[in-house]
Design a protein around this ligand. Structure first.
Ligand SMILES: Cc1cc2nc3c(=O)[nH]c(=O)nc-3n(C[C@H](O)[C@H](O)[C@H](O)COP(=O)(O)OP(=O)(O)OC[C@H]3O[C@@H](n4cnc5c(N)ncnc54)[C@H](O)[C@@H]3O)c2cc1C
Length: 411
C-alpha cells in the first residue's frame, strides 16, 4: 500500500524519533504529529534533573526544533487531543471535532501519573511530575529549606530528592517497600541507592503507607497508616504511571497493561501501530507482552515502527537499558534483576562499581554506579555463562569475556 500520510497520536519521545526515522529513511509523504500538550516534542528525563534545577531551559529540551520541522516538512498539531482512530474511514478523530485522514497511525500516547486522593484548601502544594508544565510549577515552589515530602521512592522520586536537596530543600522520601528500588534493582542495590540518599541528607522512610494527604493554607499533612503525621510545605506524588490507552480502547484495539501489540509493534488493525510507554509489546524472550517506561525503549520502538511502516524489519527485543542521575552520580541498568548471585566489579564504598546479576551462573543484567562504560559490555554478556570471579576481576577486559569459549545460553 502506498503511504501518503502518517500520523502519530501523541507528540513525545516515541513520536519524535519515529518522525526523524521516517524522513531519514526517505519517506517523502506527509507526517503529522498530534499532541495534546501545548509544547513541541521535548525530552522528559531532564524534568527531574537539570530542568528542575533551573540549569536547562525549555529550548534545550526540544527534540524536533522548529527549523528542522520546517525543513523536513513535518507538521505538528499541539493542544490537540485525539479521541479515536476510525479505521474504516482511515482517519484520526480529534476531540474538537476535526478528522484527519491517515494511511498509517502510530499511537504513542505515553502515560500519566497515578494519582492519590488529596483534600483541603491548597491542592497546588501537591505535585505530580510528567510534563514540562508540571516541572515549572514544582520548580517555582522549591526554595532553600522548603520542607518537601516525596510519596514514592522510585527513580523519578529519588531524582527529585537529589535535585531538591541541591537546591537546599529539606527532603523526606516515603516508600511503601522496605527498601526503595529493591523491586527493580534487588535489595542489595536498592540499599546502595538508599544509602546514597541518606548520605546526602535525605530522610528515607521505607515500609510506610500513606493514608491521607490533606492540604492547608500553609502546609500539607501527610498521614501514614501507622498514625504518624508529617507536615510538608510541598508534596510530590511519584507512585507510577498509567498508560494513556483511551484512544486504543475507543478504536476497538486490545488493551491489557498497555496497548497490546505484536513483536513488531503492530495492533490488530492493519497500519495502526503502538510504541513507547503506552505499548505492551510481545517479547519472544519473555514469552509475554512487556510494557517498558524508559527513554531508550521509547526511542527504539519509535524507530522500529517507523521502519516497519516503510517495509523494513521492526522487531526490538533487546535488553532494556535506562539511566538515572542522582547527587552527581550516574546510575545505569541493563537487562533484568533476576538473580541468584551478584558479582561486584569495583568498589561500592568508593562509589564506583558495576554489579552483575547472575541467575544460576548466567548473566541476566548489570547495574553500574559511575561506571557506564561497563554497561555496553554487560549488554553483550547477557545470556552467557561467566564465572562471577572473572566478572569481578578488574584486570579482565569485559569484552574479552565475550570472546572466550563460554557456554551461550539463550534467555
Ligand atoms: C520526570 C521524568 C524523568 C525521566 N527520566 C528518565 C531517565 O532518566 N531515564 C529513562 O530511561 N527514562 C526516563 N523517563 C521516562 C521517559 O521520559 C519516557 O519513557 C518517555 O518519555 C516515553 O516516551 P513516549 O513517547 O512513549 O511518551 P511521552 O513522552 O509521555 O509522550 C506522549 C505524549 O502523548 C500525549 N498524549 C496522550 N494522549 C493523547 C491524545 N489522546 N491525543 C494527543 N496526545 C496525547 C501526551 O500528553 C504526551 O505529550 C523519565 C520520565 C519522566 C516523566
Amino acid at each position: 500500500m502506498t503511504l501518503n500520510t502518517i500520523i502519530t497520536v501523541g507528540a513525545g519521545q516515541t513520536a519524535a524519533v519515529a518522525a526523524r526515522t521516517l524522513r531519514r529513511r526517505g519517506f517523502d509523504g506527509e507526517i503529522i504529529l498530534i499532541g495534546d500538550e501545548p509544547h513541541a516534542p521535548y525530552q522528559r528525563p531532564p524534568l527531574s534533573k537539570e530542568f528542575l534545577a533551573g540549569e536547562a531551559d525549555p529550548e534545550s529540551l526540544m527534540l524536533l526544533p522548529e527549523a528542522w520541522r520546517q525543513k523536513q516538512e513535518v507538521e505538528l498539531l499541539t493542544g490537540a487531543a485525539v479521541n479515536r482512530i476510525d479505521s474504516n474511514a482511515a482517519a484520526v478523530e480529534l476531540s474538537d471535532g476535526r478528522s484527519v485522514a491517515a494511511d498509517a497511525v502510530l499511537i504513542a500516547t505515553g502515560g500519566r501519573p497515578r494519582t492519590m486522593p488529596v483534600t483541603g484548601s491548597s491542592p497546588e502544594r501537591v505535585h505530580y511530575l510528567r510534563t514540562m508544565d508540571d516541572a515549572e510549577r514544582l520548580a517555582a515552589q522549591l526554595r532553600p529549606s522548603t520542607r518537601l515530602v516525596l510519596i514514592g521512592g522510585g527513580f523519578v522520586g529519588l531524582e527529585i530528592a537529589s535535585t531538591a536537596k541541591a537546591l537546599g530543600a529539606e527532603v523526606t522520601v516515603l516508600e511503601a517497600d522496605e527498601v526503595p528500588l529493591a523491586r527493580i534493582l534487588g535489595p542489595e542495590m536498592g540499599d546502595v541507592c538508599t544509602r546514597m540518599q541518606l548520605d546526602n541528607g535525605v530522610a528515607v522512610r521505607g515500609g510506610v503507607r500513606v493514608g491521607a494527604v490533606a492540604t492547608r493554607p500553609d502546609d500539607v499533612l501527610v498521614t501514614l497508616d501507622s498514625g504518624d503525621v508529617i507536615s510538608a510545605e510541598v508534596v510530590v506524588v511519584g507512585i507510577g504511571i498509567i498508560p494513556n490507552d483511551e484512544v486504543a480502547r475507543a478504536s476497538g484495539l486490545d488493551v491489557g497493561d498497555g496497548i497490546l501489540v505484536n513483536a513488531q509493534g503492530q495492533t490488530a488493525i492493519p497500519q495502526v501501530f503502538a510504541a513507547g510507554d503506552v505499548a505492551a509489546r510481545f517479547s519472544d524472550s519473555a514469552g509475554r507482552h512487556v510494557r517498558v517506561e524508559h527513554f531508550d525503549n521509547a526511542s527504539k520502538q519509535g524507530a522500529a515502527t517507523a521502519n516497519l511502516m516503510l517495509g523494513r524489519v521492526g522487531v526490538v527485543d533487546s535488553a532494556h537499558w535506562f539511566w538515572s542521575d542522582q547527587f552527581g552520580k550516574n546510575l545505569q541498568f541493563v537487562g533484568s534483576a533476576r538473580y541468584t548471585e551478584l558479582a561486584l566489579r569495583g568498589s561500592v564504598e568508593g562509589g564506583e562499581f558495576t554489579a552483575f546479576y547472575l541467575d544460576n551462573g548466567i548473566v541476566r543484567g548489570a547495574f553500574a554506579l559511575d561506571r557506564g562504560e561497563d554497561i555496553g559490555a554487560a549488554r553483550e554478556l547477557i545470556g552467557t555463562s561467566i564465572e562471577p570471579a572473572r566478572l569481578a576481576d578488574e584486570s579482565t577486559d569485559l569484552y574479552d569475556l565475550l570472546d572466550e569459549d563460554e557456554e551461550l545460553v539463550t534467555a
